[in-house]
Write a protein of this length. Structure first.
Lengths: 352, 352
DNA sequence: CTGAAAGCGCTAACAC
DNA sequence: GTGTTAGCGCTTTCAG
């Protein structure tokens, strides 16, 4: 393999100094048109590519942004990732992708690695990690932002997110307004996932503020998979007294749950109501169409990236932002019904 | 912001040379236990992170792999991406992500950028791009591999993929064996997407080898979206003589199409058969469950990453590999039926 | 507007 | 085993 061209080769051939070549590439306007043109010609002729690594070392800017997500398989994270990538790309930044698989240890390792790679900024998922990790990031002077989890106050880490807790409340209010009292919960693993935990907390608070008790057997935590949602729903339906509604804290599990209801011969929403969370594109393509909480994944990704890039420009920390969520009422929720002695359904309340 | 620690600070404090510190970090076994321990203590005390950029420049290895995909929203690409990321991560490589949005120009820009960032290897999606781009990659001595598109022969670019064309043939054979002759096609934009083009070619060849003619109005190209699949199906169903089966060259469009059939009051597969392509997890969660071609997205990602890393070790080009596809027969396909003069359906053949 | 020169922080021979 | 030293390829003052 022939040794690659360096800026010096270009400089020599164009009869200028390396500084001038550098200028032509980075601030062409500061070079006399003639010189610029001559240099550019040589560059083009050889298809010279600048050495980004050397450039980064000399300028101490890597022009890269680290992104850490728990998984990319759940398409809701794919949305925000794509948005972040798009904004970063457009601003000349490359995204270094890390996938933590919901493991705090792996996440720490990834963050360390990203910091060693000298990313200019960092976008994290969720707000829960050891204080030492935040310290490490800050000690390295790298601006960062937390997504998918709203961190209130101006003191802590900056966050660009919607409010998971509020989303949970809105979903539960909807069910409660429809008359449901026996409500199940299917959500992600709250021990590893503060988004899931917030949604669960909203569920529990809502139950309690109805004067009811939180029942452990109505709550199922599981992985973000269709099958997990289905399995959890199967458990719920096997209960002596099954819930009349289930809050599925993400659409993937909701869709799995929906199909399990069908398998059991239950009609949704006549026999049981389901509300999801995320509003994936598929949510309105299942039958019945899924009532869900719409989260601004794309918008959040765009804004997070924008805020990081801004921070890079100003030299300060990234600014926080809260994005709105929205209840999207479709066809998977209805007023509670109850079975009469013959086992046939009687609609109790009507307020779709 | 206090100036970050360098290897020299560590060396000074530990009373050794920078070379020794470097050794402790990169090949600890070559350092005397006592020294190693002393140095490590200083490193830990300060939470010193090595400067990956400087390291890369000095060692001329960036320990990064560039990945270019057209989109991350379609979860089939998310699968392979996650797999690649996992393998790379485990081997100490970071993935630099580029999303081309099906634009050749953007893709070229991204590849150039990745090359400038001095990725050690490159994983591309699809095999179609200007010869000059391949030349540029090769001129830079960067091993690469094409995924999602099988490139036959040993001469051209190495590829790790399944055979899209064969997948298309298998799907069509299935429909034809069920007696279908009037078959529609919904696929991605073949002008921008050689995977879609191969699948379309398989469709056309299959039609022709049945002694039939390829009808333009039976073919719809559109974006990878649920809505696009639905819209395309609407067109097909609006035809004076509508197809008895449709080959949807990806599951996302297939699911959109499936729901459009339902909207029209058509029963799948009694009135119309649908076969998809990809076997997304959701494919068996739609009703009827989708008959589709299973592609080894995850396996392909893993293998592509593995082959690149191998190439990095050996110094040669990456080795090609072909992965198998598989027809998964579920409930969206059945033997053809036809309308009698009254417009009512009569089942012709029976072989579910 | 352009050039000279001093690094950026680390690795990798090569000595000792 | 460990230290010395010369770069890796570029940017960036600072002169001119």
């Amino acid at each position: 393999m022939k040794p690659r061209l360096t800026i010096r080769d270009i400089a020599r051939e164009a009869g200028v100094s390396t500084a001038t070549v550098s200028r032509v590439m980075n601030s062409p306007e500061s070079v006399a048109p003639d010189t610029r043109c001559a240099v550019q010609t040589v560059i083009d002729r050889h298809g010279y590519l600048s050495h980004g690594i050397a450039m980064s070392l000399a300028s101490s800017r890597s022009m890269s942004i680290g992104l850490v997500i728990p998984t990319i398989i759940n398409s809701i994270y794919a949305s925000s990732t794509q948005a972040i990538q798009g904004i970063a790309q457009a601003a000349g930044y490359t995204v270094l992708l890390g996938v933590s698989e919901f493991s705090p240890e792996l996440e720490e390792k990834i963050i360390r690695q990203l910091l060693e790679r000298r990313v200019d900024g960092l976008i994290l998922t969720g707000g829960e990690r050891k204080r030492a990790i935040y310290d490490m990031i800050e000690a390295n002077g790298v601006p960062y932002v937390v997504t998918w989890k709203l961190l209130p106050g101006n003191a802590g880490p900056p966050s660009v997110s919607f409010d998971n807790h509020r989303g949970g409340l809105v979903a539960m209010e909807h069910l409660i307004a429809l008359g449901h009292r026996k409500i199940g919960l299917i959500c992600g693993r709250s021990a590893l996932n503060d988004r899931a935990r917030e949604r669960r907390r909203a569920y529990e608070e809502s139950i309690i503020s109805c004067g009811l008790e939180v029942e452990a057997r109505l709550i199922h935590e599981a992985d973000f998979e269709l099958d997990s949602g289905r399995d959890a729903m199967r458990e719920l339906l096997g209960l002596p007294e099954r819930p009349t509604a289930v809050f599925c804290a993400n659409d993937v599990q909701a869709i799995g749950a929906l199909h399990e209801c069908e398998e059991h011969g239950l009609r949704v929403p006549a026999d049981i109501s389901l509300v999801g969370f995320d509003d994936l594109p598929i949510a309105k393509y299942v039958r019945p169409q899924l009532t869900t909480i719409r989260v601004p994944a794309q918008r959040m990704g765009e804004l997070a990236a924008t805020r990081i890039i801004e921070a890079l420009r100003t030299g300060g920390p990234a600014a926080s932002a809260e994005l709105p969520i929205e209840l999207v009422v479709r066809d998977s929720t209805a007023a509670v019904s109850t079975r009469n002695p013959r086992g046939r359904l009687i609609r109790m309340v009507q307020s779709p």
